[in-house]
Design a protein around this ligand. Sequence first.
Ligand code: UDP
Ligand code: MG
Length: 269
Amino acid sequence: MKLSVVVPMYNEEGIAHKFFERMEGVRSIFHERFGIERDKIEVIFVNDGSTDGTFNILKDLCEKHSGYVLLNLSRNHGHQITITAGIDLSKGDAVAVIDGDLQDPPETIADLYAKHLDGFDVVYAVRKKREGETFFKLLTAKMFYRLLKKLTNVNIPVDTGDFRIMSRRVVNVLMSMKERHRFIRGMISWIGFPQTGLEYERHERFSGETKYTLSKMIKFAFDGITSFSAVPLRLASYLGVFTAFIGFLYALEILRVKIFTDSIYKKVD
Ligand code: UDP
Ligand code: MG
């Protein structure tokens, strides 16, 4: 297998068909640009416990067409675990990860692949423009990427999601990392090997709403920061030392009151 494409899908019934169509176009592009036949490309859909018709649509597509695999997770495990499961199953020399909502244009995979062939183990897609996102999402994302950059020593690129392509050796290292709270884009930066970015325009969702609820976003940001920065731990240590110090001063004060004054321990008859 030359290329595996991992696609997480959670309640994307309005998009699955369209994604499939676009992916068929990508197969043609790969044939024209790189001479890679369709049976050398596998597309792995990972259904993350969808509660709508996503599973049935994907199952139907995978049964009818060669080169498509469906992995069905036991429940909704979240984006990062979903991607991990797909990558774990992949067999390609290169593995691409792309969102299933068509915000990331599947055709860009060919550009990522071309740059990968130039000798980069990882080519990540950098969001030049983000269409159709709320002001809140744009602001929090911008702040998060910059805060993370300030807090960590690992060179995690800003404005970059998990849309990327990576070599088999990077995938092997990634799969040997067993952390349960996975912040995959950071883990890949940490792994090293030649990595580079490629700018692209992130489009509006083809249909439906974001599946990253506020609580999922907070958990994700928390995982990113706690996995890649010692600052929260250090803050906890400083806070501990500070509290202990205040406690010590207070103990001295109690001793002073007990020994030198009789004010608070005076017996009331
Ligand atoms: N997704 C998933 N599990 C989840 C949430 C999202 O597999 O619990 C998938 C979703 O179907 C999509 C991708 O992860 O393909 C990115 O999610 P989404 O588009 O909702 O996030 P956003 O682009 O708004 O950050
Ligand atoms: Mg999206």
